[in-house]
Design a protein around this ligand. Sequence first.
Ligand code: USQ
Length: 402
Amino acid sequence: MKILILGGDGYLGWPTAMYLSARGHEIAVLDNFAKRRWEMELNVEPLIPIRTLHDRVKLWEKASGRTMRLYVADLRNYGEAFAAIEDFEPEAIVHYGEQPSAPYSMMDHNRAVFTQTNNIVGTLNVLWALRETAPTCHLVKLGTMGEYGTPNIDIEEGFLTVEHNGRKDTLPYPKQPGSIYHLSKVHDSHNILFACRVWGLRSTDLNQGVVYGIETDETALAPGLATSFHYDDVFGTALNRFCAQAVAGIPLTVYGRGGQTRGFLNIRDTLRCIELAIQNPPRAGEYRVFNQFTESFSVGELAQLVEKQAGCLGIRVEIEHVVNPRVEAEQHYYNARHKKLIDLGLEPHLLSDVLIESMLHRIQEHADRIKKDVILPKVRWTGASGESAKAAPAAAQTAPRS
Ligand code: USQ
């Protein structure tokens, strides 16, 4: 199939492009390199040095013997989005091309507005271009499990059947996202549902959990094919950060009490989930949601797993409960369904000691590049006064080890 990867320069976009190319699909990547600019703004860098996308595409073509197209385009510019889609004529689009960080979106007014404008307008432009030039193309859109928040009932896959005053309907699941970034994904979901319902487009909204991992079969083929792995407080995600902190000899930064539970998945499973969605497309006019994660952990549990495995390698690790910079429940009910991708054939790579060990080893190879001053969280969810509309959770000051 002809598949266009939006955000092809990113942590997940680049490995997805290689994975699908290796399986015989005709791939094009599109990016405007905005993430590289944000990294420079904040003086953060991926752990493993990343070559330009142009170079990585050339290297991949040499290593695999397959061709890959590259579009430099900004999705906020309708003309650029339209031109790429019209030119490539994709049968499927995988859309990672958004600002992906919750802390970045909560940093200041400019970045909050930027995140929502960038993500929502970019996606709306893609939807409109599909309507005009490729209405049968399958849009595989990366949403997030964070759209649901942490309700005190089971989380379903996108829709909830409710009975109200004696009548029954299946409606979009209520959303209670925890950041301006997560909100942008909720707004995207509404726009995509509308585009399917009214224009007859077809889309899979993948509500993905927190991804961890550095390596895929394709990134391992050559050093220059590596993907962008972050450990800093803005772009790094929990488990990736904990592994880097362990290697750097910095206490693991569990925010607050550490009972925050989320769905997690291995980067390798992200790629397989995308493939499964593409191989099993929705019908015209259908908008469907898959919850894309394989296991749930609290952040406290994750920190303990890293502490244990690092200990086996002789690395002494401390766990520190730092004041939670976010406004989020630290102890809550969490039971999210994630059956649809398993039904399609996903065989999860579950989190294991071996996997944590291999991440620690890989990070050790680049330990001298870890900037210790970008680890502690600096972005607070509350206003300048320190108050939020909802009472901030009881701050766990630097507390004893769990
Ligand atoms: N956390 C810590 N310590 C840290 C970093 C994070 O305790 O050093 C906690 C956070 O407070 C939060 C949880 O870990 O409760 C997850 O935080 P995260 O930074 O790993 O992930 P998040 O901000 O939720 O966002 C990430 C990706 C985003 C994706 C999302 C999936 O950056 O693109 O949409 O995971 S989900 O979390 O399911 O919404």
